[in-house]
Design a protein around this ligand. Sequence first.
Ligand code: SF4
Ligand code: SF4
Length: 182
Amino acid sequence: METGRETNVIKLDEEFFKEFEKELQEAGMSIKDLRSCIQCGKCAGTCPMALAGLEFFIKKIVHAATLGLREIFLDDSSVWGCQSCNRCVEICPMEIKPYELIQAIRRVSFREYAMPSNTIDGLQNYYKLGHAVVVKGYENRRKKVGLPELPPTALGNEEMRKKFQEMLKNTVLAEVAPFPLD
Ligand code: SF4
Ligand code: SF4
C-alpha cells in the first residue's frame, strides 16, 4: 500500500567492512564485541586528546563501526590524534578496547589514503629521515655544547638510514605509500 512516506536508507559497504573486520580480528576483536558498547562515554571522558579540547568522540566511532558507517571512519581525522596512552582501554566497563579499534581504523584508512596531510608528512619524514618529527635549526646550538650537528640516530647516520629504508620497503608501506620509496 502506498503510504507517501519517505524512508532513509544507509548503503553499507560490505567489502570495506570485511577488511575492517579482518583488522579487528588481528587485534583479537570483532564487530560483535563492539556491539556491547553501552555508549557511557567514559572512554572520551578520560582521553587526553578529548580533554585537550580536540573533537574526539570515541563512542561515536564505536557506534559508527557497529552500524557500518564507512564515511564516519574516513572523514573523522580525530583518530590520527590518538596518543596511544591506553587510558580508554583501562576505563571501559565493557572491555571494548577503544584504542585497538582506533588503530584498526587507522590501518584501513591508510589503505584508502584517508589521512590528514600532516600524517602523510610525518610518514614521509619517517621514511626519508628516520624520524616522524624532525626539529630543524638547532645544529649550531648542538655544536656549541660539543655535540655533533646531527644526533647519532638514523638522521645523522646515512648507512643506518639506508638500512632502515630497505627494511620499510619490505613492509606494506611499499604497496600503499602515498609517495615514492626511492
Ligand atoms: S567506555 Fe566502553 S562502553 Fe563506554 S562508550 Fe567507551 S567504548 Fe563504549
Ligand atoms: S589511547 Fe588514544 S583514544 Fe584512548 S585515551 Fe589514549 S589518546 Fe585517547
